[in-house]
Design a binder for this molecule. Structure first.
Ligand SMILES: Cc1cn([C@H]2C[C@H](O)[C@@H](COP(=O)(O)OP(=O)(O)OP(=O)(O)O)O2)c(=O)[nH]c1=O
Length: 192
């Protein structure tokens, strides 16, 4: 359904989940990566951070975008009690993060930025996720087995913890996983 005649999509992401999700849309794309600093202003509204960081990731490539390219960048954050949870640095932090999520509702925001050498568009999608109460053994088992250090909020909804903990979700599962594919589709379908 997406038939880009004049453009080549470039996914600027190291995330295997984003790669897999974009593939699922059935478009051809290449991958380009670069390390970017994921800091953001401390006074920023937490619900604006994912969009801001997706744009920041894109801006690192600005000089290199060719005339026919559409660069896609994304960022995912978990927000609980108005506080952002990024990626945990160790087991203890992962444990504390999952404990904060246990027995409550949190938000996951994924921002995407589409950039060409003439325009740039940033969009965000927000999802509410409810976790049942988890016990210490379940949290420890998940961290030991799945080592979720590359995941915002220390969990992957697509993994065992998503199977056992998530009892309600309002919004797109794929946005939680790291890429709001429905938004990418809407944009690319009407691009050329
Ligand atoms: C909440 C959640 C996050 N995640 C992942 C999505 C993202 O890859 C990661 C959040 O980190 P990000 O900083 O958004 O992305 P990244 O560093 O992995 O990749 P990039 O190169 O594009 O910057 O957490 C899941 O896989 N499942 C989930 O349920």
């Amino acid at each position: 359904m997406i038939n880009l005649k004049n453009h080549q999509v470039v996914l600027a992401s190291k995330s295997p989940r984003r790669n897999e999700l974009l593939k699922g849309l059935g478009i051809d794309f290449t991958v380009r990566t670069k390390d970017t600093d994921e800091s953001f202003p401390s006074e920023m509204n937490p619900f604006e951070v994912a969009g801001f960081l997706s744009k920041k990731k894109a801006d690192a490539f600005l000089e290199e975008i060719e005339a026919n390219e559409i660069l896609i960048t994304a960022d995912t954050v978990v927000i609980v009690n108005n506080q952002i949870l990024g990626k945990p640095i160790d087991k203890n932090e992962a444990f504390e993060m999952i404990k904060l999520l246990s027995d409550g509702v949190h938000q996951v925001v994924t921002g995407i930025t589409l950039t060409t050498n003439t325009k740039q568009l940033t969009l965000q999608d927000t999802v509410s996720v409810s976790f049942k109460k988890l016990d210490k053994e379940e949290i420890e088992f998940y961290i030991e087995t799945f080592k979720p250090f590359d995941k915002a909020g220390a969990y992957g909804i697509q993994e065992w913890i998503g199977y056992i903990a998530v009892d309600r979700i309002e919004g797109s599962f794929y946005t939680v996983m790291g890429l709001p594919v429905h938004l990418v589709y809407d944009q690319l379908r009407n691009w050329d």
